[in-house]
Write a protein that binds this ligand. Structure first.
Ligand SMILES: Cc1ncc(COP(=O)(O)O)c(C=O)c1O
Length: 401
């Protein structure tokens, strides 16, 4: 009998989701207004410690609006990590601005703060009180750290560079709900931040996002843009080209029920990371680290596989695990390697591609069973043994959760 498939990251509906959805149906509040939207926004704001949250249809839309309210205009440039999901870069292009792709650092795989600072100091200059890229002549308008996999980027030097060069910080916190940088939620240490509530995230609304900011004016503008820039709802007057980016009451109902269990979801992710760290510690893999200044949300547990050490390359490991019913995934091809961004400037990209090639994210759904974790760890050990002749499942240590 073939073994049950273990997905990479699936949603877990184990709270008030069905009850809240039934309430939407019973009251007929099913579309883009309703009491759950407001409750969801209040709960997102509470969970992140950011005063204002504006719910959006998805995280990509939230990023788009976050960039717009931060002042990004056509032909501006925004610094973003080369190693992030394509949505980070797409959102910049939706503003008709351009990403400058900064390399990831090798230790935590986040945007490299030294390269951010070097790029701004060496490759840019002030012209008529605007910071411009020497190479392209375009204005630099924002820094957008994406806290990938739920581990924060090292924000102190990024904030320092942002202050020195008078740039707002727009955080792509899509993967980092619950992540802390030096004790602060990552969304709170940005001028504007965006979250995702996609189905594979720590908590989901089925699909959804949120723009977060401490500035009431920016929040008001975000709300205006997400609601078709409506000036007068009765006369249908619109002050500019806006977007239909609102989240429905149905989605907000699911999102709220999920957020009520955020602490437990984060505990589950952390326990999974601890299990893998112990169980895989004897294998020649590079395991993810949590910086002393960080509390990761451990969104996706990702390891690096060096062919010379492990005996086989990452792609073959992925196939071997798939044959055992285990879903895994590499980190994204860097943005600079994606066709729509091939002409964008990539600054000193030394690590991003190598990280993509060696990386493998392992199953880590909220509430994943210990048996499943054991199966994943054993499959990795067996694959290593098969290719490197190294002793198989004896190398899997008993994980503890
Ligand atoms: C880093 C990053 N940015 C942006 C997004 C976009 O979010 P969504 O899928 O909700 O549009 C995601 C997730 O999918 C993401 O992982």
């Amino acid at each position: 009998m073939s073994e049950r498939r273990i997905p990479l990251s699936e949603p877990r509906m184990s709270g008030n989701e069905a009850r809240y959805l039934a309430e939407c149906v019973e009251t007929n509040w099913v579309s883009s207004a309703g009491p759950f939207v407001e409750r969801f926004e209040r709960e997102v704001a509470r969970a992140t410690g950011v005063p204002h949250a504006v719910a959006c249809v998805n995280g990509t839309a939230a990023l788009h609006v976050a960039l717009l309210v931060a002042g990004v205009e056509p032909d501006d440039e925004v610094l973003v990590s080369d190693l992030t999901f394509i949505a980070s870069a797409n959102a910049i292009r939706y503003c008709r601005a351009w990403p400058v792709l900064i390399d990831a650092e090798a230790r935590y795989w986040q945007i490299d703060p030294d390269k951010v600072r070097d790029f701004l100091a060496r490759e840019c200059r002030w012209r008529k009180r605007r910071l411009v890229n020497r190479r392209t002549g375009r204005r630099i308008r924002a820094i957008m750290p994406a806290h990938i996999l739920g581990h924060p980027a090292d924000m102190a030097p990024i904030l320092e560079a942002a202050r020195r060069f008078e740039l707002p910080v727009v955080a792509d916190a899509a993967e980092a709900l619950g992540a802390l940088y030096r004790g602060e939620p990552v969304a709170r240490i940005a001028d504007v931040a965006a979250l995702s509530f996609n189905g594979n995230k720590i908590v989901t609304a089925g699909g959804g996002g949120a723009v977060l900011t401490g500035t009431a004016q920016l929040a008001e503008r975000a709300r205006y843009l997400t609601n078709q820039a409506k000036d007068d709802p009765v006369e249908s007057l619109h002050g500019e080209v806006g977007f239909n980016y609102r989240l429905t009451n149905l989605q907000s109902a699911v999102g709220l029920a999920q957020l009520e269990r955020l602490d437990r979801c984060l505990e589950s992710k952390r326990a999974t990371a601890a299990y893998y760290a112990r169980a895989l510690g004897g294998l020649p893999l590079e395991l993810p680290e949590e910086a002393v200044w960080a509390r990761s949300s451990w969104w996706l547990y990702t390891v690096l596989i060096e062919e010379e050490k492990f005996g086989v390359d990452r792609a073959s490991v992925m196939r071997a695990l798939a044959a055992r019913g285990i879903e895994t995934r590499p980190l994204w091809m860097p943005v600079s390697g994606q066709r729509p961004f091939a002409d964008c400037q990539a600054y000193r990209s030394e690590h991003a591609l190598g990280l993509h090639r060696r990386s493998l994210s392992l199953p880590c759904s909220v509430g994943i069973a210990e048996d499943d974790l054991t199966r994943v760890a054993s499959a990795l050990a067996e694959t290593h043994a098969e290719f490197a002749g190294a002793g198989g499942s004896a190398r899997v240590r008993r994980g503890s959760r």
